[in-house]
Design a binder for this molecule. Structure first.
Ligand SMILES: CC(C)(COP(=O)(O)OP(=O)(O)OC[C@H]1O[C@@H](n2cnc3c(N)ncnc32)[C@H](O)[C@@H]1OP(=O)(O)O)[C@@H](O)C(=O)NCCC(=O)NCCS
Length: 379
């Protein structure tokens, strides 16, 4: 007997509440998302990524002084240690950037605790290191694989400017910086999604924060989760023109395929993040004068709604925004990771503060007691 059998199984843990959390509130019927009680629309409009990270980790918005200290602290960790630079250079150029981010995060977590540092102190340090360096890692890997030299972070730049600077090697304009800041805020947390759950499960064994973040990046990579922004852009390119949207939808749905960037476990109405990103995409395309991908996306949204009553999720317009910003498709999931790290860490802190090992059950459906057959007697 492996344990007491469960009577009801919720596939994919749908609707199962696994704990209490004071971090993020979602009302999937009304399309409401709040971080620490503050509506995502207000945060996207008025705050910055650093303010949001502070809010998620500390449960309150920072004062001017607290924010200045926090930003300084993050900026201090942005430059890559020599060993991480070497590690990035040894990675295959064809590596999936998510795998690179996961490996580098795990590598950073190997730095031993400093003298007299407590487990909690080491975790707080790792939290800042990972949050600050993951964007530099992702941007830096792009430069390395393109044969370009790494850019040293400018400590006066914020998270968004620093990422784009590390990626393109020149200071971004304000429209691009603000767009990246907004997408970073929207990606920062989303309650108990699959990658956050992976982080929380790892934390519940009292493993260290670096290990928990590494598990989360692995879980985020799949196409049903953070890997879908890339698949959305691949799909838009495959469709290629407005007149082909209708046929594409017909073909994919009749073949029983999923349309990437549509549907959500929690939202049964608009995903408020998709609504915000649609406007950001519109702003960016006004600037570039290139509406092709946005127009295809808008037509696709109409078509899928008509045929399946499914709404776009964050990844749908995130792909359009990231593409407008010049981020290549295969790097899009890694951009998600280097922003979601903020939310993972908030949930990791919450789990450490009130921990019990997470150890659910499965209902055993395999063979009953079976004798061991020696190898020479097996047919
Ligand atoms: C997000 C997602 C994984 C949620 O999955 P879920 O909560 O398990 O939902 P289900 O897989 O049970 O889907 C419910 C129904 O909607 C359909 N559906 C859900 N998403 C769909 C999509 N993107 N395209 C076509 N049909 C979809 C399913 O086929 C299913 O239909 P059925 O009841 O007739 O079988 C799912 O919507 C999906 O695969 N979306 C595409 C990937 C994506 O965009 N992921 C990013 C999430 S932020």
């Amino acid at each position: 007997m492996s344990g007491q059998a469960t009577t009801e199984i919720e596939r994919g843990l749908e609707g199962v509440v696994i704990g209490k959390s004071a971090i993020t509130f979602i009302d999937g019927q009304e399309g409401i998302l709040r971080y620490r009680g503050i509506d995502i629309k207000e945060l996207a409009e008025k705050s910055t990524y650093e303010e949001v990270v502070y809010l998620l980790w500390n449960g309150k918005l920072p004062t001017q002084r607290e924010l200045a200290d926090f930003k300084r602290n993050l900026a201090k960790h942005r430059a890559l240690p020599r060993e991480v630079r070497s590690l990035l250079k040894t990675m295959p150029k064809a590596a999936n950037p998510m795998d690179v981010a996961r490996t580098a995060a795990s590598f950073i977590a190997t730095y031993p605790a400093k003298k007299a540092e407590t487990f909690e102190g080491a975790n707080r340090r790792k939290a800042r290191e990972l949050t600050a360096t993951l964007p530099t890692i992702v941007a830096g890997f792009q430069r390395i694989r393109k044969g370009k030299t790494l850019v040293n972070p400018n400590p006066r730049m914020d998270h968004a400017a620093s990422f784009l600077y590390g990626f393109f090697g020149k200071k971004p304009d304000e429209v691009a910086r603000r767009a990246f800041d907004t997408i970073s805020i929207l990606y920062a947390d989303h309650e108990m999604n699959a990658s956050t759950f992976a982080a929380v499960v790892t934390t519940s064994t009292l493993a260290d924060l670096g290990g928990a973040v590494t598990s989360a990046i692995a879980a985020l990579a799949g196409p049903l989760h953070g890997g879908s922004n890339r698949r959305v852009m691949e799909m838009l390119e495959k469709i290629g023109s407005l007149d082909r949207v209708h046929q594409y939808v017909e073909d994919e749905l009749s073949a029983g395929h999923r349309i990437m960037g549509f549907g959500h476990r929690i939202y049964h109405t608009f995903d408020p993040r998709a609504v915000i990103l649609k406007d950001v995409a519109d702003d960016l395309t006004k600037r570039s004068g290139q509406r092709k991908w946005l127009d295809i996306a808008l037509r696709l949204e109409e078509d899928i709604w008509e045929k399946r009553h499914l709404r776009p999720n964050i990844e749908f317009y995130a792909a359009v925004v990231l593409n407008e910003l010049g981020i290549p498709k295969d790097l899009m999931p890694a951009v998600f990771a280097c922003n979601r790290v903020a939310g993972w860490i908030a949930h990791i802190y919450e789990q450490y503060a009130d921990n019990r090992i997470i150890r659910p059950l499965t209902e055993y459906v395999g063979p009953s007691a079976t004798p061991y057959v020696p190898i020479e007697q097996r047919s």
